[in-house]
Design a protein around this ligand. Structure first.
Ligand SMILES: *Cc1c(COP(=O)(O)O)cnc(C)c1O
Length: 240
């Protein structure tokens, strides 16, 4: 889909002002909330527009598309930065083990680690490449039967295991709320994720860089910010 620069600019400014008011309502700093622009449904020109408007965190859900777009954008930029700002690529979709190699090449942050087998594969690939993968653990916090995400009851234990991998840096937790027209319906899901996060921090299971909550999409990002999100993943609100 192709959208005009003016449209994206207007949508972005509306999103930024809603981020600012959600932060203000909880006395949070806007700098502590990263807007990840989810570009899976739009063309590469929209990504260029976003970067020129200062949005340097890009989210994609498929590894192959992400790598292709990353290469195209880096050729356009002549590197991986825009005016000294690194452009970072976030893999937000489900990751299959046979795609880990491409994912490591394409993504700066993987939001969707949801099993020990996947973490083990990531660690192995990174060991060979002498790299450290920055990942979030995806948790299924809504009561809805979801395809992906670690069960709430297994999260702390899995987190503990993941932090033992030398080539993985566990940066935090990610969740998706069940779809609803009412953003308030998402609040219990976000509260649950924050509680798990606080539990893991207080038990010193994950320390250091464990500081992120990736939660909130177009439908519910202000609520997610009120509940502590440090990364929001917004797609359609930027491109409608
Ligand atoms: C598509 C997607 C988003 C963005 O959704 P919008 O409703 O378009 O904002 C966020 N997170 C994940 C995991 C997605 O797949």
């Amino acid at each position: 889909m192709s959208i005009s620069v003016k449209r994206i600019e207007a949508n972005l400014s509306a999103v930024r002002s809603r981020i600012a008011s959600a932060c203000a309502s909880r006395r949070r700093n806007v700098e502590d909330v990263t807007l990840v622009a989810v570009t899976k449904t739009v063309d590469v020109d929209a990504i260029k527009t976003l970067i020129e408007l200062g949005v340097c965190d890009i989210g994609e859900s498929r590894v192959a598309q992400m790598l292709e777009r990353r290469r195209e954008i880096e050729t356009w930029l002549g590197g991986s930065e825009f005016k000294g700002q690194p452009v970072r690529w976030h893999l937000i979709g489900h990751l299959q083990r046979n795609k880990v190699k491409i994912a490591i090449e394409a993504a700066d942050v993987i939001h969707s680690v949801d099993s020990l087998r996947l973490a083990d594969e990531i660690n192995g690939v990174c060991e060979k490449l002498r790299r450290v993968a920055r990942v979030l653990m995806q948790v299924n916090c809504s009561n809805e039967v979801q395809k992906f995400g670690v069960a709430v009851g297994a999260t702390v234990h899995l987190g503990e295991l993941i932090t033992t991998f030398p080539n993985i840096e566990l940066m935090g937790l990610m969740t998706m709320a069940a779809f609803s027209d009412n953003p308030e319906d998402a609040r219990p899901t976000f509260v649950r994720l924050r509680e798990l996060f606080e539990e893991m921090r207080s038990e010193k299971i994950a320390t250091g860089s464990f500081g992120h909550l990736s939660m909130g999409m177009s439908q519910d990002y202000p609520v997610a910010i009120e509940e502590g999100a440090t990364m929001i993943r917004v797609g359609s609100a930027l491109f409608e």
